[in-house]
Ligand binder design. Structure first.
Ligand code: SAM
Length: 209
């Protein structure tokens, strides 16, 4: 992170909203959202990121970097911040907007392989913006199993869900997979000024497989 240009806390980059909307229109089945996370939601998701030491933080589905920014403002010098993004244009946008970020253009389904290739076998925090509702249960279990292996018993994992979808069967199924994977699953307060309103899941202590 030493060469990292630190953005203003909660700041939004020019062009990010346009790039996000373009990607959502281009690949709606991959983005699963109409707007980037708000700074408040991003800040809640980033709360698991250590402020001291030399932490390794992995972000999944960073998009145009709303959560990336919130992570960056917490990270101490010497930290590693890797971001796994499937969309090549989003990855290109991120590389320009966040010069200190290690952008990994790839599929979160191959998380452990992607990390091992970069010499990473442990992360203090994994922060996800992935559109879980677009993945089947097998894919959810596979990615979450890899996240669990990467954070071990001392790391933390956060992700978000939309408030209006909470009662839907897909959301219930995802909660079930979260509880099956982690012994501790807590909810953040709902961020009503997000588009649409959303909350975070904070997960720790993977269950033994
Ligand atoms: C809802 S957007 C979230 C963007 C950002 N984190 C935020 O909160 O504003 C989902 C992002 O996940 C990416 N994505 C979808 N499937 C993915 C996968 N299998 N591996 C990595 N990234 C993926 C999409 O390209 C998109 O950038």
């Amino acid at each position: 992170m030493s060469d990292h240009v630190r953005p203003a806390a909660g700041g939004r980059r020019p062009g990010a909203r346009r790039a996000f909307l373009a990607a959502a229109l281009r690949r709606p089945g991959q983005i699963g959202a109409v707007a980037p996370s708000s700074p408040t939601l991003a800040g809640l998701l980033a709360e698991v990121v250590p402020r001291s030491g030399s932490p390794v933080v992995v972000e999944l589905g960073p998009g145009t970097g709303a959560v990336t920014t919130a992570i960056d403002v917490r990270l101490p010098p010497g930290a590693r911040h890797l971001a796994v993004e499937l969309d090549p244009r989003m990855a290109g946008f991120l590389r320009q907007a966040h010069p200190g970020l290690e952008v990994v253009e790839g599929d979160a389904a191959k998380l452990q392989t992607l990390l091992v290739e970069r010499g990473v076998d442990y992360a203090d925090a994994v922060v996800s913006g992935l559109p879980w509702a677009l993945f089947d249960e097998t894919a959810q279990r596979s990615i979450l199993g890899q996240v669990a292996a990467v954070i071990g018993d001392s790391g933390a994992f956060t992700t978000f869900a939309y408030r209006h979808g909470m009662a839907l069967s897909a959301a219930r199924r995802f909660r079930h997979v979260l509880h099956a994977t982690f012994a501790e699953v807590t909810l953040t307060p709902t961020v009503w000024r997000n588009m649409p309103p959303a909350f975070g899941y904070v997960c720790r202590h993977p269950r033994t497989p």
